[in-house]
Write a new protein. Sequence first.
Length: 239
Amino acid sequence: MRRLSLLFLLPATLSACAGNDVIVQRQSSMEGRLEQVMQAQNSSKSEIAGLSLQIKELKDQVAKHAAAENEARQRSEALQSRVQMLTHRLEQIETPARQSDTIELVNREAGTAGREDSVQAEYMKAFGLFSADNYAAAAEAFNAFIADYPEGEYAANARFWLGECYFNTGRYREAVDSYTKVLDSQPSARRAAEAMLKIGLSWQKLDEPAKSKAALHTVVEKYPESAAASQARQHLNQK
C-alpha cells in the first residue's frame, strides 16, 4: 500500500520539479534579456556621449572660424583706411595743384596767399593727428576746421577724414552723418565713391544689412571702375 502511495506521489513531484525548472529557465531568460537591454542602454549612452562631444567640438571650431573671419574683416577695413590715408598723402606730394581732394600748396594770388597758408596749416594739423592715429584729437581738429571753413575747398576732405575718425573709434552713426555730408558737398568722384563705401560699412557695423547693401550697391552702380567699387563687391559677396 505504501508503495502504491509513493507511485501516485511521484508524478506530482516530477510535475512540480518540471514547473520549477520552467520558472528557473524563464527567470534566467528574463535576466539575460534584461542584461542585454542594460548593455544596449549603456552602449547607447556611450554613443550619445560621443556624439555630444563631437557636436561640441564642431561648434567650437565654427566659433573659432567665425572669430577669425571677423578679425580678418576688421584688419582688412583698417588696412583699407590706411591705404586711403597714404594715397591721400601721396597725392598731396605728387600733385599739389589737383582739385578739392588735394591740398593747394602754392597760391599764386598774392592777395590771398596768407589766408590760404593759414587754411592749409589748420587742415594739415588735423590730418597730422589722424595720421598719428590720434582719432579723438583729429576729430576735434577737423570739426573746428569745418566750422571755420564750411564751404572751403578742403571741406569735403575734412568731412571724409572726420568720418574716418568716427569709424575707427566705433562711432558709426556719427560716421554715417559725416560721410553723407561729404556727398552733399559735391566731392570728386573718387572721394564720393569712398564715402558711399564707408556709409555701407558703417551700416554693416550697426547691424543694418538692408541699408548696408543699398549703399554698397550704389557704389558698384555709380562708380563701377573705382577701387571703392571693388571693395564693395567683396563685401557684397561675403553676405
